[in-house]
Ligand binder design. Structure first.
Ligand SMILES: *Cc1c(COP(=O)(O)O)cnc(C)c1O
Length: 396
């Protein structure tokens, strides 16, 4: 199949993309227009938690497509009720609002916190976020993000997101004033380079926010839904946040996200929040199928076993090549290299023949691994073997 260049140019240019068109996917594998296969350790940025085209997702989507797409958010539908019920039963939250993307769920969290500030904190509206954090690409979520340079893009920013340093409680304490309503963070900074918040820091934040009457918001768009080996990453630290957002894995590849809150914080009044597609049954039916797969007995045990295998393998590779180790949680991991080989390795991996390998380098010296949560032991061994060969090739 030839590539339609005029067609490519009909798409708005937003990033540099290789001249490949993916036509088929199955599990951990993608196939391009020439029939070449790629072992996928990006999975759409930790989105496809069950890999490409998981049979349970296809079945749920087809079944729902034959029944009802979208009665409108002005009415209830059964799949959204079923998914909300599952999330509530499995977490410390009482209420769920479904949306279509992580950024949209985070916008909802920001609005909910500001509403709560109007009702309970004399109009306090500032939300302390963190350097190098990532919360999305809408104006408010870009303003909340701590990506270098983003404070100048599309200025003026949405006001009210002072930045603290991850794992530094004093830097948070120093920013709290009368206008502060919440602290928001990723339990593991994903785009920032797979940097986990420590258990002590999460616990310290919970104590501090309680003492000062502030909300604690966890952005689990990347870390939620089993990615870190627990269903939700906040569960590793034994704390209970007030608000959580989910995205990526909750839809497994279809557009679905969620804003979850405890009852006392669920203070939207009629008309405050909504959206044309929120909670549509076509997407939430897929969400139910994914949720039931991730919570089936043994599933998260296998995620943890694969995570250990990946971590061990990356550590071996690191020692062999004099790199700086690895870090992460569950199947969200990064290899820390001793030089800025990242982009060259990503390119060499993709161009590898006969089969390619899809990797991500969020920083020059970092490779990030986000395989499907049902990746096999063989696929991890294959990736590690190929990566070792690729390092040899790139450093030759
Ligand atoms: C990907 C991501 C988002 C944004 O999600 P979109 O669906 O791209 O809007 C927000 N927060 C975190 C932590 C993410 O990883």
């Amino acid at each position: 199949m030839a590539i339609d260049r005029a067609g490519l140019n009909a798409l708005m240019e937003i990033t540099s993309r290789p001249e490949l068109i993916f036509v088929r996917g199955q599990g951990s594998w993608l196939e391009d227009q020439t029939g070449k296969r790629y072992l996928d350790f990006m999975q759409g940025w930790a989105v496809n938690c069950l890999g490409h085209n998981a049979p349970v997702m296809i079945e749920a989507l087809m079944r729902q497509a034959n029944t009802l797409f979208n009665p409108s958010p002005a009415f209830y539908n059964q799949p959204s009720i079923d998914l909300a019920r599952r999330i509530v039963d499995a977490s410390c939250f009482d209420r769920v609002f479904f949306a279509n993307s992580g950024a949209e769920a985070n916008e909802g969290a920001i609005k909910l916190a500001r509403k709560w500030g109007q009702l309970h904190r004399k109009g306090a509206y500032k939300i302390i976020t963190f350097d190098h954090s990532f919360h999305g690409r809408t104006l408010a979520t870009m303003s909340a993000s701590g990506k270098p340079g983003w404070d100048k893009k599309f200025a003026p920013q949405v006001d009210g997101f002072p930045k603290a340093n991850l794992n530094d409680l004093n830097s948070v304490r120093a920013l709290i004033d009368d206008q502060t309503v919440a602290v928001m963070l990723e339990p593991v900074q994903g785009e920032g380079g797979v940097i986990p918040a420590t258990r002590e820091f999460m616990q310290g934040l919970r104590t501090l926010t309680r003492e000062r009457g502030l909300l604690l918001i966890v952005d689990e768009v990347q870390t939620g839904m089993g990615r870190t080996g627990r269903l939700f990453a906040y569960q590793h630290s034994g704390i209970e946040p007030d608000i959580m957002t989910l995205g990526k894995g909750i839809g497994g590849g279809v557009p679905l996200s969620a804003l979850c809150a405890r009852e006392a914080v669920s203070c939207f009044e009629h008309g405050d929040q909504g959206g044309t597609y929120n909670g549509n049954p076509l997407m939430t039916a897929v969400g139910v199928a994914i949720f039931d797969t991730l919570t089936a007995p043994g599933f998260l045990d296998s995620v943890n076993a694969r995570a250990q295998q990946l971590s061990d393998g990356l550590n071996r590779l690191s020692s062999k090549w004099g790199m700086k180790g690895e870090r992460g949680a569950g199947l969200l991991r990064a290899l820390i290299m001793d030089r800025d080989d990242g982009p060259a390795l990503v390119k060499a991996a993709r161009e590898r023949t006969p089969e390619g390998l899809l990797l991500n380098a969020p920083r020059g010296n970092l490779l990030r691994f986000m395989p499907a949560l049902n990746v096999s032991a063989d696929e991890i061994d294959t990736m590690l073997l190929w990566l070792d060969e690729l390092v040899t090739q790139v450093r030759r």
